[in-house]
Ligand binder design. Structure first.
Ligand code: CP3
Length: 354
């Protein structure tokens, strides 16, 4: 059980994850892991094998709800994250999206301004299975477990829509944006509007916090970062708050490094997901105290386990002692990660009394 610090604000919730976001200080940080539902779990692999393909799996509420709950049953994380993918948005825009086994996503790439102009307005009807998943998960969650929804940030989603696949450096989208800034801006604007509608609906149906994944923010030079990562996320945060003033929003601009203080200031993010490379001793000084920090254990330390893992976990716990901190990885859990390492992580975090 996570014990509150005496001086904390009065609690409106029993959920440690939510009370941290609501301004409380806890001695023991709540914990969840990015990609906590996934291939490192044997029960996930078994469930996944029952679906025709990955998107079908995401759009089957019974299966997606089960995948959401699996890591909660096994490890008792403080939050469940909706099982879905950031690429349901291009799919809902009518772009062809498939997942090739072992190769990652494939999309029919957008190659011209006309392709972007032609994208219809996003219809939330096409995402009804996602909302039904939320509806099914809610009553099955333990009372102490929070429920997180999410979307990809416009830049990250756009980079897949333009390239049509994962790339090491998102060169196709960066090049497209330099050559066709007006068309790229239009794509970003469409994604901002879609994300506001999508996240707002997730919140209306029942998620208690949302995370915006900008996994590819760190590849952008400063002016492009401002324009394609920071500004669109700022618009999403204010758009969601306009509809749900109490919404709890975590932004994860992976690789934002020296841009982080400015990102937090300009987006108004109340919680920030940090990546593996951030120095926590820098973060405690550079990130304002009222902002919740989430992260940021190296997923490879968790894969390695043993002393490398426990020392890395200990260093993060100590660095954020006295800060509002949500324990997580610096990026998604790797499929090869042994389950015992995850169990040891949860135990170490839960036994910490900062
Ligand atoms: O965190 C969770 O457990 C919830 C579900 C979730 C998935 N993807 C399930 C998934 C979330 C939050 C995501 C986010 C996501 N998807 C991101 C942003 C975060 C990050 O990791 O950078 C991105 C860039 C994607 C796009 C995507 N989806 C890629 C590149 C791939 C293939 C690479 C891979 O890891 O296999 C996916 C597929 C995917 N999404 C899987 C899962 C569990 C694996 C596919 C499978 O099980 O067959």
């Amino acid at each position: 059980v996570t014990s509150p610090v005496a001086s904390g604000l009065p609690s409106k919730t029993d959920k440690a994850f939510l009370s941290i976001l609501d301004g409380r200080q806890l001695k023991t940080p709540p914990i969840w892991l990015m990609r906590q539902a996934g291939r490192y779990l044997p029960e996930y692999r078994e469930l996944r094998a029952t679906a025709k393909n990955f998107l079908d799996f995401c759009y089957s509420p019974a299966l997606a709800a089960e995948a959401t709950l699996q890591p909660i049953r096994r490890f008792g994380f403080d939050a469940a994250i909706l099982f879905s993918d950031i690429l349901v948005i291009p799919d809902a825009f009518g772009q062809t999206v498939t997942f090739e086994a072992g190769e990652g996503p494939r999309l029919n790439p957008l190659t011209s301004a006309e392709d972007i102009e032609r994208l219809p307005e996003l219809s939330l009807d096409r995402l009804s299975a996602v909302f039904e998943t939320i509806d099914r998960v809610k009553p099955q969650l333990p009372p102490q477990t929070a429920f997180i929804g999410f979307c990809g940030a416009p830049w990250t989603v756009a980079s897949y829509m333009i390239a049509g696949r994962g790339t090491p450096d998102q060169a196709p989208a960066r090049l497209f944006a330099y050559r066709n800034p007006a068309a790229f801006q239009l794509l970003i604007n469409k994604l901002v509007d879609a994300s506001i509608g999508y996240l707002s609906e997730q919140i209306r149906v029942g998620v208690e916090a949302v995370q915006i994944f900008d996994s590819w923010a760190g590849i952008l030079p400063p002016s492009e970062f401002q324009r394609w990562s920071l500004e669109p996320i700022a618009r999403i945060i204010s758009g969601v708050h306009a509809r749900h003033p109490e919404a709890r929003i975590i932004a994860f601009p992976r690789g934002a490094t020296t841009h982080l203080p400015e990102f937090i200031r300009q987006t108004g993010a109340q919680a920030i997901g940090l990546d593996t490379a951030v120095d926590p001793n820098w973060a405690v000084k550079a990130i304002p105290e009222q902002v919740v920090v989430q992260g940021h254990l190296d997923p490879l330390a968790l894969l390695a386990g043993g002393r490398a893992q426990s020392e890395a976990v200990g260093a993060l716990l100590t660095a954020y002692r006295g800060r509002r901190h949500i324990f997580n990885l610096g990026h998604g859990i790797l499929p090869e990660t042994p389950i015992d390492h995850v169990a040891a992580l949860v135990e170490q975090v839960r036994s910490f009394e900062g």
